[in-house]
Write a protein that binds this ligand. Structure first.
Ligand SMILES: Nc1ncnc2c1ncn2[C@@H]1O[C@H](COP(=O)(O)OP(=O)(O)OP(=O)(O)O)[C@@H](O)[C@H]1O
Ligand SMILES: [Mg+2]
Length: 270
């Protein structure tokens, strides 16, 4: 899937410059703000291969680096052909971009495996030997700043090796363009306007701790298009999983979303 990036001129330029300069980049921004879309688009612009990893608490060192295929080792020994390269070794050999989603969720031990790769462009793999990165190898990692409480921030040592590109929510006009481009069910402009207004309202409401992203607006618009344009009902389906209330016992989420939907329709030019 290739996505045309709406807006983001400054961020695109910054990311292109860092990658072209061989610098590793930390893309920081809330869930669904467009981190993956931007990284993919920039890799495509630079014609660089991208190897993707999704970080989680159970991600292991051998998953990242690779491992020897046990049955092959039994018959052939530790030959290089028996090594199943993981994403880090693949990206290093290709001189590509290793894209690590949510690096801060990975166990610290796994994060530390990256240090020599970032510093010297080489790692040592037991029984395989040294793997040197081909020219062009860089790491682009993402982290979601709102999640630090649950997941922990990156170590100082790791942060010291990254340049930072921050992504914030885009303008209303840009978010409408993104929804129009990415929605699959061809919602009309009136649906798109309402969906974006409603989703943006979740970010500024005092009762909501974490509002929804443009990804949520795409979902609302798509569902509404299948529900005869009923954006309020689509929001009841798409938003409860995507917002976090300050106090869920104070206002039920359904009532809160109905309230926001009423306000969103006021802003609808229909
Ligand atoms: N500037 C943009 N131009 C075009 N599409 C965009 C843009 N920003 C976001 N999108 C679209 O919005 C959706 C969410 O973006 P994306 O998946 O890149 O967010 P993310 O920040 O990587 O999310 P997560 O934190 O969950 O990994 C995707 O469908 C993506 O194509
Ligand atoms: Mg992503």
């Amino acid at each position: 899937m290739s996505t045309h990036i709406v807006g983001r001129a400054a961020e695109t330029e910054a990311l292109l410059a860092c990658i072209a300069a061989g610098r590793h980049v930390l893309l920081e921004g809330p869930v669904g703000v467009g981190k993956t879309a931007l990284a993919r688009a920039v890799c495509a612009m630079l014609d660089r291969p991208m190897v993707r990893v999704d970080g989680d608490g159970r991600y292991s060192e051998s998953k990242l680096v690779g491992l020897f295929d046990p049955p092959a080792v039994l018959t052939q020994g530790y030959r290089p052909e028996c090594f199943l390269a993981g994403p880090l070794v693949q990206a290093m050999r290709l001189g590509g971009v290793l894209f690590v989603n949510e690096l801060n969720r990975m166990p610290e031990g796994v994060q530390n495996v990256l240090l020599p790769a970032l510093d010297e462009g080489r790692i040592f793999v037991p029984n395989l030997g040294e793997v040197a990165a081909a020219p062009g190898f860089v790491l682009v990692a993402t982290q979601n700043p709102a999640e630090f409480v649950a997941t922990g921030a990156l170590s100082e040592a790791l942060l010291d090796r990254f340049e930072l590109v921050r992504l914030d929510y885009q303008t209303e006009a840009e978010e409408r363009d993104i929804v129009a481009q990415d929605a699959r069910c061809s919602p009309g402009m009136d649906i798109i306007v309402s969906a974006v207004t409603l989703v943006r309202a979740t970010r500024s409401d005092a009762r909501i701790r974490r509002g929804a992203s443009v990804r949520a607006a795409i979902a609302v618009a798509d569902i509404a298009a299948r529900l005869g344009g009923d954006v309020a009902r689509a929001a009841q389906l798409a938003l409860p999983t995507r917002i976090e209330l300050v106090d869920p016992t104070a206002t039920p989420v359904a009532a809160l979303l109905d309230d926001l939907a009423k306000k969103a329709r006021v802003a609808d030019p229909r």
